[in-house]
Design a protein around this ligand. Structure first.
Ligand code: HAM
Length: 427
């Protein structure tokens, strides 16, 4: 036998046993976003590498270590998208969707990061993301958070997630804070590993979310970003907190929350859970008012978030045992045997699908006697078997057998079979 080829590490198949829960979660995401009036946008999975370097930032982990980058046949550097915001902004500028307009957009699809795979962290993963353009007020930041809170309720996970909130202010406020933080951290260089020392030089704010416990301890006395905020950011944050208080969404202000991507300003937030171990952030986002201009568009403010679908699904499976998933893929199994029965069977199957499109009809295609076919019908999980033999074709009839209820099989006239099925599937 030839040697088998395996999937790439960190890139998972989603098997037929798993797709129902994915479809259920995806449909909840779609319907929730639709109920807020958001529109779907679909971007390519591959973009020019400089888009991500410019948008996300050269010194971020995502750009410096985690991108799947390759040269195409024309020696252009291309990258599999590690996230959706950069591509969404690129598309918005390219198609004139942003200038002087308000847009509420969402997307769903695969993203790629070369990270060390573990539970909840993969090299191909899926995000559902939202990007809103052209609205500067804190009301829209609040809407995004309210929307996610509604989705958690829909998914039955609301008791298992908490909201962390921070404001990282304007670029200028952050630069002031950065100097103060670097000065403060000088005394703790001895506690730092090589990576943290490098961060101290290149991206010191990222030291705030270090996993190094001794350093975390020291950081409790570090200057707080919130104390360095510019007035505009401070007012924006106060307004957001007031709205969340009023609508009853609880949050924890986490002064160490800075996020791993460089484009943010003002609001940043994450929804986290303790139910999944180390990879507990199921959703993260914030405001990025400078990004559109930075990528060559007219200055347009933006705010958004993305959630990791794998993590959401792990959490749903962990805590919501009552997901209404279909138990089988089939409602009706159609079997036939004997001369000239195949064409009658095909006609009947198509008629059922046309007239009862909500029912799932599977036709037996692999031959064999009725006994073998009934075994397949039972295994399919279908409620009803329709049976066509030579005498049924001759008499324009169908045999209907209840596979689950154990009732006697009935012979029904062909023209009455649709009504018969309607009654069978009523309850
Ligand atoms: P992010 O925090 O990098 O933000 O990713 C958002 C979410 O994607 C994370 O909270 C996590 O649930 C999921 N995620 C990230 N990396 C992985 C991975 N390797 N495996 C599994 N899940 C993962 C962004 O991507 C921003 N574009 C969000 C945003 C949109 N901000 C504004 N607009």
């Amino acid at each position: 036998m030839a040697k088998t080829i395996q999937a790439i590490r960190g890139m998972n198949d989603c098997l037929p046993t798993e797709t129902p829960v994915w479809q259920w979660v995806e449909s909840k995401v779609r319907s929730t976003l639709a109920s807020y009036g958001y529109s779907e946008i679909r971007m390519p999975i591959v973009e020019n590498t400089p888009l991500f370097a410019r948008a996300i930032g050269e010194v971020t982990d995502v750009v410096s270590k985690e991108m799947f980058t390759f040269n195409d046949r024309d020696n252009e550097s291309l990258t599999l998208r590690p996230e959706g915001t950069a591509g969404c902004v690129r598309a918005g500028i390219e198609h004139g969707l942003l200038y002087n307009q308000e847009q509420r957009l969402w997307y769903m699809g695969p993203m790629f990061r070369y990270e060390r795979p573990q539970k909840g962290r993969y090299r191909q993963f899926h995000q559902a993301g939202v990007e809103v353009f052209g609205i500067a007020n804190a009301e829209i930041d609040a809407e995004l958070i309210i929307l996610t809170a509604r989705l958690w309720k829909e998914l039955g996970i609301e008791q298992h997630v908490t909201l962390q909130l921070n404001s990282i202010g304007s670029l200028e406020a952050r630069a002031n804070y950065r100097s103060a933080l670097v000065e403060f951290l000088q005394q703790y260089v001895g506690l730092m590993n090589e990576e943290e020392k490098e961060r101290l030089l290149k991206n010191p704010l990222r030291i705030l979310d270090t996993k190094n416990e001794a350093l975390q301890q020291a950081l409790n006395n570090a200057p707080k970003l919130l104390d360095y905020l510019d007035d505009d950011s401070r007012e924006h944050f106060a307004r957001l907190c007031a709205i969340l208080d009023n609508v009853g969404i609880s949050y924890e202000i986490n002064p160490k929350l800075v996020r791993g991507l460089d484009y943010y300003n003002k609001t940043v937030f994450e929804w986290v859970t303790t139910a999944l171990g180390a990879q507990g952030t199921i959703c993260g986002g914030g405001r990025y008012d400078g990004l559109v201009e930075q990528l060559g568009g007219h200055a347009t403010c933006g705010v958004g978030f993305a959630m990791g679908l794998e993590r959401l699904i792990l959490l749903v499976q962990e805590v919501n045992k009552a997901i209404p998933l279909p138990q089988s893929a089939v409602d009706i199994y159609l079997i036939f045997a004997g001369e000239n029965t195949a064409s009658a069977a095909f006609r009947l199957a198509e008629k059922v699908r046309s007239e009862l499109p909500h029912l799932r009809t599977m036709m037996h295609c692999s031959g064999g006697n009725f006994k073998k076919q009934f075994k397949r019908a039972d295994k399919s999980g279908a409620k009803i078997a329709l049976v066509i033999g030579e005498s049924e074709v001759q008499n324009q009839q169908v045999v209907v057998k209840d596979l689950l209820g154990g009732a006697e099989q009935q012979t029904v006239a062909l023209e009455a079979v649709i009504d018969h099925l309607k009654t069978s599937f009523k309850e």
